[in-house]
Design a protein around this ligand. Sequence first.
Ligand code: PLP
Length: 384
Amino acid sequence: MSDQTQKQSPATLTAQALGWVDDATRSVTPPLYPSTTFERNTDLSYHDGRCYTRADNPTYDQTCEVLNALEGGVETRLFASGMAAAVAILHALNPGDHVVAPKVMYWALRSFMLDSGVRAGLSFDFVDNGDTDQWDQHIKPGKTKMVWLETPANPDWQITDIAAVAAIARKAGAQVVVDNTVATPLLTRPIDFGADIVMHSATKYLNGHSDVLAGSLTTAKDSEFWQRVCKQHASGGAVLGVFETWLLLRGMRTLAVRVERACTTAMTIARHFENHPEIEQIQYPGLESHVGHDIAKKQMRGGFGGMLSIRVKGGEKRAIDFHNKCKIFKRATSLGGVESLIEHRSSVEGPTSPVPGDLLRVSVGIEDVNDLVNDLETALRLSK
Ligand code: PLP
C-alpha cells in the first residue's frame, strides 16, 4: 500500500479496492485468471513465483490486499468457506493443545470443535463471552495454545473485551483468533486490540449479497503458527475459487455503505421494539440494556452491527407464528446480505441448542427502515 492509500478511510479503500488500475489496459476492475497452472521458465523458476492455483493465483492478490488494509494485517488467505478458514486454524494446532472458546458462538463451529477437534486430540473449555475473569481462569499458561473469540457473538450478540483477553492470552503464550464476521473490520479491527489472526465468514458482510460462500484469515504477523495455517490452506485444498474471489472483491466495494445502513437501521429497530408490550427482550449491543454495551462502546466504532435478536412474548409457538407472518423479512439462515432475514434460531441449531425457543435472529439488510419496522409490527399484531 502506498503512503497515501494508508491514510485513506475504509470507505475509500473499499470503494476503490485500494485505487488499483491495471497497468496493461487501465481497467479499473481487476481481471480474472481462471488458469489453474502457470508456465515454468527454462531455469525451472516460475514467473511471479506462481506454479499452481491451489497454492496461489493472481486473482487473489487484490482481494487479499483489501482485507489486509481493512484489518491492519500483513497477509490474508482466502478459503472455500468461513468454516474451512476456522478448520485450517484448528488443524494448525497439535494433539494435546488446549483451546478456550466462548460458550456463545457460531454453533456449527462449536459442534466441530467438540466432535472433530476432540477426536484430533484437542481439549476445549467454553467460557462466558463477556466475563474476562472466566477467560483468565481457563487460559492455562503453557497448555492453552489458542483462544478463540467471536464478538458480537451468535445469537445473543454478547461482547468479549478483545484487548483484555488478548493480554491474558499473550502472557500464557496462546494465539488469539477473532471471528470478526459480525462486526466487520469497519466496526472493529481485532488486531488493533492485540489479536494474532482475524477470521471471517466472507459469505456474510464482506460479500454482502448472499451469493458467494467464502472465508478468510488475516494475520497480524508472520509466525510459525501462521506458516502451519498457510500449509494447511495450500495443501488441504479448501481454497476459494477464482470466480468467487472476484465476486467477493466486487461485493467488498460497497461494504462501507451496506454496513453503515445496516447499523443505523438495526439501531432504529432495536429502539422501536425495546419497550414494546409484545416483546420480551431485544438483544442488541447498541442498546444500553445489553449486557455487553459498555465494552461494545469501547471496541466498536461507527455502529453496533446489523444483527439483533428478538424475544417475543408468548414463547416458542408465538415466535414461530410471528416470523411466519413477516413478509419483507425472509425466513432464512445466514446474515450480512442486502436483504433482511429472520430465523427461528433454536430449531436451526437442533435439540442441544442453548438458544431459547422464543428467540428470532434478525439480519438487517438495506431496505427502507419504515418498511422493516412496519413488517415486524404487522407480524406481531397478526400473531397475537
Ligand atoms: N462464523 C460466523 C459468525 C458465522 O455466522 C458463520 C456462518 O453462519 C460462520 C462462521 C461459518 O461460515 P461459512 O458459512 O461461510 O462456512
